[in-house]
Design a protein around this ligand. Structure first.
Ligand SMILES: [Zn+2]
Ligand SMILES: [Zn+2]
Length: 347
């Protein structure tokens, strides 16, 4: 098969022929129809993730068609259209037994713990635990975004963030996950303040329902601006980018008893991230993490998509062939990008 391969962290990746994957007993191989380009892929390529061994194929938010099935898979057949959460769970550890597959103790992640979906085929483990059927009528490009940014944003806003109608929700960073969060929070009846340095990202945030858009490049103190726009601070705030500055601004922009949800990855290469804990105590803030979303919790989100309340299809702003993936991956460092780029290996 053809795949995007890199031999060294940070050096150009290339498209080349590699061996086709084979399914594990409990796993499947999926023919990749679409795979999202995500900032986590850039972190993987930069060497920020200790799970990765070289050479490596990135890519973790995908949709496609089941091609081959392991002997112990009960629920899936070749030809099934599927997507998958980027956290693939084992199904049997204590976290999985409690229904928290998104923090599985023995999780695998395509594009991190093994070769990912910037390829014509990808192997996925524990298919009966992790695969999600793509609803009829949903394109693979749209379904790919469900595996990482959209589902991650959904869990961050709805489950971890416990969004309520009428609340102010601040979203720091309006790339793919941030724009998804804007759309999901607005659909829940919240008033959303979108924060980014990119005019294009803010324009999209407005389109997806943000009530206020704030250009973080124009102010010294983003948190103060959020507090002013929201009449005292957001009820719920997300760092959807993942940086020490956006994390601190998110916490500082909350009102009393507000909830901060960390969604953007804070890779270890940047060291430990300072959080303004004095404010957390004084205002009784909650600081929460959000890490993907378990496959068995997809149905309520898919129902909102089916009803047209949520429109992940609108987030996909460009599609590229596999050959363009290495340059697009490299470009993510300077410009996290507005909207969602999807790679179509067979396109
Ligand atoms: Zn991702
Ligand atoms: Zn597990």
């Amino acid at each position: 098969m053809r795949a995007v391969v890199f031999e060294r962290f940070g050096e150009p990746a290339e498209v080349r022929e590699v061996a086709d994957p084979r399914p594990a007993e409990h796993g499947v191989v999926v023919r990749v129809e679409a795979t999202g380009l995500c900032r986590s892929d850039w972190h993987a390529w930069q060497g920020h993730d200790p799970d990765i061994t070289l050479p490596h194929v990135p890519g973790h938010e995908l949709a496609g068609v089941v091609e081959a099935v392991g002997a112990r898979v009960a629920d899936w057949r070749p030809g099934d259209r599927v997507t998958v959460p980027f956290v693939c769970a084992c199904g049997t550890c204590p976290a999985c037994a409690a229904g928290d597959q998104q923090v599985c103790e023995r999780q695998t992640q395509p594009g991190f713990t093994h070769w990912g979906s910037f390829a014509e085929y990808v192997a996925l483990d524990h298919a009966d635990v992790n695969l999600v059927a793509v609803p009829d009528g949903m394109t693979s490009a749209t379904a790919a975004s469900l595996g990482c940014r959209f589902a991650t944003a959904f869990r961050a806003v709805v489950r971890q963030g416990r969004v309520a109608a009428g609340e102010w929700v601040a979203v720091h960073g309006c790339g793919g996950v941030g724009l998804s969060a804007v759309m999901i929070a607005a659909a829940a009846g919240a008033r959303v303040v979108a924060v980014d340095v990119s005019p294009r990202a803010l324009e999209l945030a407005r389109k997806f329902g943000a009530a206020e858009c704030f250009d973080a490049g124009r102010a010294q103190d983003t948190a103060a601006a959020v507090r002013e726009l929201t009449g005292g601070g957001a009820h719920l705030s997300l760092d959807a980018l993942g940086s020490p500055a956006t994390c601190a601004a998110s916490v500082d922009g909350l009102r009393r008893r507000g909830r901060h949800v960390q969604v953007g990855l804070l890779p270890s290469a940047t060291g430990t991230t300072p959080v303004p804990m004095a404010r957390v105590i004084a205002l009784e803030l909650e600081v929460l993490g959000s890490h993907g979303m378990a496959a068995h919790t997809y149905p309520p989100m898919l129902e909102l998509v089916r009803a047209g309340t949520l429109r992940p299809d609108l987030l996909v702003t460009s599609t590229l062939p596999l050959a363009a993936a290495p340059d697009a991956l490299a470009a993510l460092g300077d410009a996290p990008g507005a909207g969602v780029t999807v790679i179509e290996p067979w396109g």
